[in-house]
Design a protein around this ligand. Structure first.
Ligand code: KMH
Ligand code: ZN
Length: 274
């Protein structure tokens, strides 16, 4: 039996705005509702960012706390993963504001890179600091890999004892400034993993669903959602991240895989039972 696929939903992100797609959620209540809907559609994990009411990116603990509380009050069991990437230009301390009680995973960005026309700074001491905070708080890291050399940083973190199992690897492919979202690139990255570990792919923009299809075929897991891609198909805006999750569920069925439940995802990712 092929392993069930962990579908993660990145429901808001830090960059996309309502002017681009009116379904982008800003308020904690809207973000929580998007997460709950994504869970109902088949996502086992939600990757969370927060926003100020005007849509600017926020790493305020109070915003994350409200989102997490609302998700649980709605009865959703989805695995909660908080972004420590935040937005370009934020300090590391500011970025760490997201790691509130109730978070189960936190992202760990694997290096500095061009991010569109800006620079996303993750100097090696920053990465070590975030890894230490995740460990202190008992959170499972998700290592965000945007380019091939970042796998060497991952290997270095393991060798130096800054990172250890359980952790998850997310290949984020198609950021302008990172590695493109192609099957060839994904195969190369998967072959370069330093040890056996669960991995998934988040294809950016039009690479989202094609990369999900490749990951499903290669035995990996999948991330979709408005953070990464605003369109359901060419020229058709997604009405919400849950629609993109439903599209991933349909691709999974074609690949002979079914969506993991949150409980299965916790087992696969080495998390405590919810
Ligand atoms: N907003 C990007 C600059 C993460 O969530 O950890 C970083 C990001 C990664 O979204
Ligand atoms: Zn993110």
């Amino acid at each position: 039996m092929p392993e069930p696929v962990i579908i993660a939903a990145a429901v808001v992100g830090a960059e996309v705005m309502r002017e681009q797609n009116p379904a982008v959620p800003y308020q904690p209540a809207e973000i929580a509702a998007a997460a709950v809907a994504a869970g109902r559609a088949g996502a086992a994990v939600v990757h969370l960012h927060a926003r100020w009411p005007d849509g600017r990116a926020s790493q305020e603990a109070a915003h994350f706390r409200e989102i997490v509380d609302r998700i649980r009050q709605a009865g959703s069991q989805v695995v909660i993963q908080c972004s420590t990437g935040g937005a370009v230009g934020m300090s590391i301390e500011e970025r760490l504001g997201s790691l509130v009680d109730g978070a189960e995973m936190g992202t760990l960005n694997m290096g500095t890179m061009n991010f569109g026309d800006q620079v996303f700074v993750n100097a090696r001491p920053d990465i070590v600091q975030v890894a230490a905070r995740l460990r202190q708080r008992g959170l499972v890291p998700e290592c965000e890999v945007y380019d091939a050399g970042m796998l060497d940083t991952l290997r270095w973190l393991l060798e130096k004892g800054h990172l250890a199992q359980p952790y998850h690897v997310q290949f984020v492919l198609g950021v302008p400034g990172g590695l493109a979202g192609t099957e060839r690139n994904l195969r190369f990255l998967v072959e370069g993993l330093p040890e056996a570990v669960h991995w998934s792919v988040a294809g950016i923009g039009r690479a989202e669903l094609p990369m999900a299809e490749v990951a499903l075929r290669l035995g990996g897991h999948v991330r979709v959602g408005l953070e990464d891609n605003l369109f359901l198909s060419k020229g058709v805006l997604a009405a919400g991240s849950d629609q993109l999750v439903s599209a991933a569920v349909a691709l999974a069925a074609q690949a002979g895989r079914r969506p993991a439940t949150p409980a299965e995802a916790r087992r696969l990712l080495g998390l405590r039972a919810g």
